[in-house]
Design a protein around this ligand. Structure first.
Ligand code: 5AD
Ligand code: SF4
Length: 481
């Protein structure tokens, strides 16, 4: 286990070990020497900042990067103060890429002023060959560029950058490797994301993820369980199991196991109080899983179930492999098994060929399901995906109009759905001091809604009963009971 490694005992005069993670421990130690040099020269430790774009998988990867940086000796700082700035990028929609180029533009003059500064780029956007081409040509000031498959080699790549003194680019096309036991630094002491699988095999026709995250690979159940047990010993009581499609967990293991079976094993970990997971693909959500959710005391009453579109015709073009009716029937089964379940979703508007009729089908699903909240996206054309080559891309003003109408519908319904819990007493996990009022804390309900109520920092990480006095649309104002 990495927290039992005595880094001082690593012999850095010997050759780097070939096996992982020992090899990375070795390079962490080698990087540490560089940090010590920096400290001697500057009278302070160097500062680093990891900025995350995109999803929870990226957020979890960033925790790993922060863990490695901490072990190397970096202090955490804001982006504007850091000697080493790392952007962990997303490329699911074009505007994610645009934002990264914008940030790089901001860092360039800073780096000119402070030449010792380093800039790193990693994550999904780096898996796109056109991006690398552009960075190679026009962004020579970026020091270190790596992708999603070799993130575990961060320490080694950083060391290579120190040695080479010039831009390092290392992108892999894929991997079947999962490296366990690397350092990581959690954002919250009491809850944590836990990867259960990587990659995606679904190839929804609009989505770039299978190309940048590679084929589906599940972590071994023993590794997942061991990590969660270790986390609970460290004070964690809530885990979020992460994967692009958790419902197909275990299919690629030597001894296959279903996601429902994995959940049952996780449920047995005594100190654990709450289990969440995302993302669920409707086509793979089994009745076995619904049964497990129904009888579970720990699985939270929330399911994120991306619908993407309400039109069977568009769903087929999206390669989602379910119809509108099948999706609605699934919601029905879920609701009859777990009546108080909160449902959230992702919806794309303006997919190629989407007609007003198709869009109305989407509105119809929204009205029938009555989601607790929905992430609505304007379709973004991603090079290399089948949808990018489809004819009938929808004009911007039509998409914008549909998007506004959808958002209004989603928000009105979500406000009504949220309000149904008003006046009830619920158990919440206290997460942090409220951003709006220092005298209040913010807690999360099992169904993922937030409640602000009077409290103080000593309550963070504990479970308390709160009266949900007033619904404010998407959150509550409450009081301890
Ligand atoms: N355009 C718009 N939204 C997209 N998503 C994935 N690819 C695209 C795209 N090309 C959305 C889907 C997915 C969420 C994470 O991002 O709704 O569920
Ligand atoms: Fe993309 Fe579909 Fe895989 Fe989700 S399931 S990551 S939308 S390809």
């Amino acid at each position: 286990m990495y927290n039992e490694i005595d880094f001082d005992k690593i012999d850095i005069d010997s050759k780097p070990p070939l096996e992982e993670p020992a090899r990375q421990y070795y390079f962490i130690e080698r990087c540490r020497e560089r940090v010590k040099d920096f400290e001697q020269k500057n009278g302070r430790l160097p500062k680093a900042c990891v900025t995350t774009f995109g999803c929870q998988m990226n957020a979890r990867d960033s925790e790993k990067l922060r863990g490695i940086l901490k072990q190397i000796g970096y202090e955490e700082a804001s982006e504007g103060e850091a000697d080493f700035v790392i952007y962990n990028t997303c490329t699911v929609r074009e505007n994610a890429n645009t934002r990264v180029y914008g940030r790089l533009g901001q860092q360039k003059p800073r780096k000119k002023k402070h030449p010792h500064m380093m800039i790193g780029l990693c994550g999904c956007m780096m898996q796109e060959p056109e991006v690398i081409e552009k960075l190679r040509k026009s962004y020579r000031f970026v020091d270190l560029i790596f992708g999603t498959h070799n993130i575990y080699k961060f320490a080694e790549l950083l060391f290579d950058r120190f040695e080479a003194g010039e831009q390092i680019i290392d992108i892999w096309e894929g991997t079947d490797k999962i490296v366990e036991q690397l350092p990581n630094k959690r954002k919250y002491a009491f809850k944590s994301g836990v990867n259960i699988m990587f990659g995606c095999n679904n190839f929804c026709s609009y989505c770039i993820v299978p190309y940048v995250r590679g084929r589906e690979r599940s972590r071994k159940p023993e590794a997942v369980l061991e990590e969660i047990k270790r986390l609970t010993k460290d004070g964690v009581t809530e885990v979020m199991l992460l994967g692009q499609n958790v419902n197909s967990y275990g299919k690629t293991l030597d001894t296959p196991m279903t996601f429902a079976e994995l959940l049952q094993k996780i449920e047995k970990i005594e100190e654990l109080k709450r289990i969440r997971f995302m993302t669920s693909h409707p086509k793979d959500l089994s009745d076995e899983l619904i049964e497990v959710m129904k009888s579970s005391k720990k699985i939270c009453r929330h399911l994120h179930l991306p619908v993407q579109s309400g039109s069977t015709r568009i769903l087929e073009k999206m390669n989602r492999r379910y119809t509108k009716e099948e999706y609605l029937a699934l919601v029905e089964r879920l609701r009859s098994a777990v009546p108080d379940i909160s449902l959230t979703t992702d919806i794309i508007v303006g997919f190629p060929g989407e007609t007003e009729e198709d869009f109305k089908e989407t509105l119809d699903v929204v009205r029938k399901v009555r989601y607790d909240s929905a992430f609505t996206f304007i379709y973004s054309r991603r090079t290399g995906t089948p949808a990018a080559a489809m004819e009938e891309q929808i004009p911007e003003e039509v998409v914008k109009d549909r998007f506004d109408r959808l958002l209004k519908e989603v928000q009105t319904i979500a406000g009504e759905v949220c309000a149904v819990h008003e006046g009830t007493v619920q158990e919440v996990l206290v997460e942090e001091i409220s951003g709006q009022d220092d005298a209040c804390v913010t807690g999360r309900l099992s169904n993922n809604l937030l409640v602000h109520f009077p409290g103080n920092a000593s309550m963070i990480g504990s479970y308390v009963k709160v009266n949900l006095k007033e619904c404010k649309g998407f959150y509550y104002i409450g009081e301890l009971v």
